[in-house]
Design a protein around this ligand. Structure first.
Ligand code: PEP
Ligand code: MG
Length: 841
């Protein structure tokens, strides 16, 4: 239905209004009016009107001002489509002039009248006439002399008396605000916040609620949740004899809204106004379906509501608010899931002190940045860096931090300061770094001479003593407290549980170590989608064995070395199976170039010669012979499996023996064995025959029957093109988009960083294809591979497991293409669960 909007409209409950025509603030004010809130008379100017004003077409000012009656005082505020896009600052008290001043002296008193006139001349001079602000600083005392001086200054600077006609004032204010929106800086600023180039500005003209004058007059803001945690509570400030957002400016001392010891409050000063605000807040939350921050003014004891904006909030609060609104029946669960930005969840995932463990509390300060870490106390940034260089976790303890401490903070595992609050240097930097931090631990005393901290009761801790900082509770604990990986609060879990109800794409984790696997399980990954096994061969003594194996003269010798690696590898897998408790675990067989195991320096060569009992020159010659010019396209992945089959046989045996071992512990394990870097069907046939043979042997030796699934990684273009025949031998195809991107572009994963910046800057590529999945090229190969794979085997399971897998873009693509799951790094799992729900809704 087409609704014709007038371009200038009095905001009433049923005036036709839309945010697309008048902006978000105008629309919101109409909603507040509909809810019966005491909003002063308001007129809204459309984007089109304001654009016209900027271009010199001033509308009929009489029509704008008529609804306000005789000699009004007005404010003008910006109203863009999205309040986050900013806009020119509000101008208040428009209409102040000699006559109005005289009249106000009688009603509001001389002091208030002078103060209002001064404020208006100041903002008009600076923001409308664009004069140098210095002569227009507000005086300490609003005297007639100060007013005269300011009016004289105006006349001196402009060669004209201060305009006395309210219509002229309104016209000039509208013009200057309309033009400010068109300025280049304003344009760039809002485009950086996502505004389209053609974004318009609406303006709202509103009758002033004075906030300055007789009776209880002032202004403030109120909200009903804590912006950091999202917990319900009445928060805000009130400032007597003030206007606009002065209560938030921090220049004068404000008072709390509710009763608090040691300070007067709005509750005592104007109990009725507070009760009214609370009632409006409740209605606002339910009907606007959002936590709002309300801007209000008291004019001689009468409450006016000037504006309401969505409470700005932390990621944590966003989750809690969305869940609470859904639990209270204000919004449906689907909407709660849609309201949280998936990427923001990553900031919530921190280690926590185990709540079940005993706590040896030294002191409590302000919990400035969540998470927990233990380490040795250091008292300077330099010591923190030295400690980090030794690989020793440390806790930086300072009276307060300064910018010189930043490198030390980077090096520390956590930070504690004796002074400071939520916005002190230490707190802000630590939150940015994701570092646990406690500030304002004022009961601690740093004794610099003795190099110790002294806690209440005389307990002392010196440099090198181990402590734990709990940035979530604000506690400093003695010793190394047991921690849990990212304990997620109830709202977080609830939101993700709801997300799971709405999504139809599986989410697994890429996990190589027991530590990764535990995080994956705690984040409710549905299994491990990629366990890269190579790091297992680079550790400790294993790399030596790998070298021995590579240089062995015969298959029998190779087997002898691999027999020593077998039990280690079996333990690796058994640990993963235990942690994943019956959930699928997909193990990728050996993938890296053999080249990477060659010794790279003389010492390495000498060690190898010693182990092999061969002359150094022979070893050197063999290493030289094995070196590759292009190892990433050389002897790696399944090619190693084909040419040195004993490695895959050992890994298969380790997997199956671990399955037998884990069998007693609950859910049966059905492992998935994945072959990397395949480009031809025959590779799969050969490896499958050997893995099947190993499975048969282990079954025969142990007398235990078990199942397993064999699958293929599609990460060469040829594998995608030949997916139909490859899938005939593969229960699943997992697309490795890292290698697939590398090979589709012919772009080295390891080297492209050097020039990709230039490529993106010149618009050759829109984005780095290793970060953002290339839907056009790599996407087409994924599409072809999926379609042909299904043609070869209708029930083939499809997934992607490259670094792209956790991104919204890849998730959207995979769902559209009918993939079964994505597999991403453990910390991305919650993000992927939420994204998968959002793309399904
Ligand atoms: C890939 O290539 O996308 C992949 C998952 O394997 P890797 O990153 O280990 O090469
Ligand atoms: Mg790969």
């Amino acid at each position: 239905r087409h609704v014709a909007f007038p371009q200038i409209t009095l905001v009433t409950p049923d005036a036709p209004m839309s945010a697309e025509v008048y902006g978000g603030r105008a629309k919101c004010l109409q909603r507040l009016i509909r809810l019966g809130m005491p909003v002063p008379q308001t007129v809204a100017l459309s984007f089109e009107t304001v654009r016209g004003i900027a271009q010199g077409r001033m509308p009929d000012l009489g029509a704008i001002m008529a609804p306000f009656g005789f000699a009004p005082l007005l404010s003008v505020r910006p109203s863009s489509l999205d309040p986050d896009w900013g806009g020119p600052g509000a101008i208040l008290n428009i209409g102040m002039c000699r006559d109005r001043y005289e009249a106000l002296m009688a009603t509001a008193g001389e002091r208030a009248a002078t103060s209002l006139y001064l404020r208006f001349v100041q903002s008009y001079a600076v923001h409308v006439a664009h004069l140098d602000p210095e002569p227009f600083d507000l005086p300490e005392e609003p005297t007639r002399d100060a007013l005269k001086a300011m009016l004289d200054a105006y006349e001196r600077e402009t060669d004209e008396p201060f305009p006395q006609d309210p219509a002229i004032q309104v016209g000039e204010v509208l013009r200057s605000m309309a033009r400010a929106w068109e300025g280049t800086t304003a344009r760039l600023l809002r485009q950086a916040k996502g505004a389209p180039a053609e974004a318009g500005l609406g303006l709202v003209v509103q009758a002033m609620a004075l906030g300055v004058g007789r009776g209880e007059s002032g202004s403030g803001v109120i909200q009903f949740v804590n912006a950091e945690t999202g917990e319900p509570c009445v928060m805000g400030r009130y400032l007597a004899q003030s206007q606009g957002r002065e209560a938030l400016s921090g220049k004068r001392e404000t008072m709390p809204l509710t009763k608090q010891a040691g300070s007067p409050s709005l509750e005592e000063l104007a109990p009725f106004a507070l009760r009214e605000l609370l009632a409006h807040g409740k209605v606002g939350r339910e009907r606007l379906r959002e936590e709002m921050q309300i801007e209000f003014t008291l004019e001689n004891g009468r409450l006016c509501i000037l504006d309401a904006v969505r409470v700005p909030r932390s990621a944590r609060a966003a989750v809690r608010i969305a869940v609470a609104l859904a639990q209270d029946g204000v919004i449906p669960r689907e909407e709660a899931v849609m309201r949280v930005e998936p990427g923001s969840l990553t900031t919530l995932l921190h280690r926590q002190v185990d709540p079940a463990a005993p706590r040896d509390r030294i002191v409590t300060g302000i919990a400035a940045s969540p998470g927990a870490a233990s380490g040795r106390i250091v008292f300077s940034a330099a010591d923190a860096q030295a400690s980090a260089a030794r690989g020793e976790p440390c806790i930086l303890v300072r009276r307060e931090t300064t910018p010189e401490d930043i490198r030390g903070m980077h090096a520390a595992s956590a930070v504690l300061t004796v002074r400071g609050g939520m916005t002190s240097h230490a707190a802000v930097i630590a939150r940015g770094l994701g570092l646990p931090c406690v500030v304002g631990a004022s009961e601690l005393e740093i004794d610099r001479r003795r190099h110790v901290v002294v806690a209440p009761g005389g307990r002392t801790f010196g440099a090198g003593d181990i402590v734990t900082v709990d940035g979530t509770t604000g506690d400093l604990l003695a010793g190394e407290a047991p921690t849990l990986d990212a304990a997620l609060d109830d709202s977080f879990r609830t939101l993700l549980d709801w997300a799971d109800d709405f999504r139809d794409l599986g989410v697994r984790a890429n996990a190589d170590t027991p530590q990764d696997a535990r995080i994956a399980r705690d984040f409710a990954a549905e299994g491990i989608g990629l366990c890269r096994t190579e790091h297992m061969f680079f550790e400790g003594e294993r790399i030596g064995m790998m070298r021995e194996m590579i240089f062995a003269e015969s298959a029998a010798e190779r087997r002898a070395v691999l027999d020593r690696l077998l039990p280690m590898q079996r333990d690796d897998f058994a640990a993963l199976f235990r942690i994943m408790a019956g959930k699928p675990v997909c193990i990728r067989l050996f993938d890296p170039p053999l080249h990477e195991f060659l010794p790279s320096d003389r010492q390495g060569l000498r060690d190898l010669a010693e182990v092999l009992a061969q002359p150094l020159s022979d070893v050197e010659a063999r290493v030289e012979a094995l070196r590759e010019y292009n190892p990433m396209l050389g002897l790696r992945g399944v090619r190693v499996g084909i040419t040195v089959p004993e490695i895959y046989e050992m890994q298969a045996r380790a997997i199956f023996e671990a399955v037998v071992q884990a069998r007693g512990g609950g859910e049966p394990v059905v492992p998935e064995v994945m072959i990397p870097l395949v480009s031809a069907r025959r590779e799969v046939e050969l490896v499958k025959a050997r893995v099947d043979a190993v499975a048969a042997a282990v079954r025969a030796e142990t007398g235990v029957d078990f199942a397993y699934r064999l699958g293929v990684m599609v990460e060469t273009p040829r594998a995608a093109l030949r997916a139909a025949e490859i899938a005939q031998h593969a229960a699943f195809l997992s697309f490795g988009t890292n290698d697939l991107t590398q090979m589709t572009y012919g772009l080295s994963r390891d080297d492209a960083g050097r020039f990709l910046g230039t490529y993106v800057a010149q618009g050759v590529y829109e984005e780095d294809p290793f970060h953002s999945l290339d839907l056009d090229g790599v996407g087409e190969l994924l599409h072809i591979g999926a379609e042909r794979g299904r043609r070869g085997r209708p029930d083939v399971v499809l997934s992607i497991c490259g670094e792209h897998a956790g991104s919204r873009r890849a998730i959207e693509f995979c769902r559209r293409e009918g993939f079964d799951y994505v597999s991403c790094s453990p910390y991305r799992v919650p993000v992927a669960r939420l994204s998968a729900a959002q793309v399904a809704l």
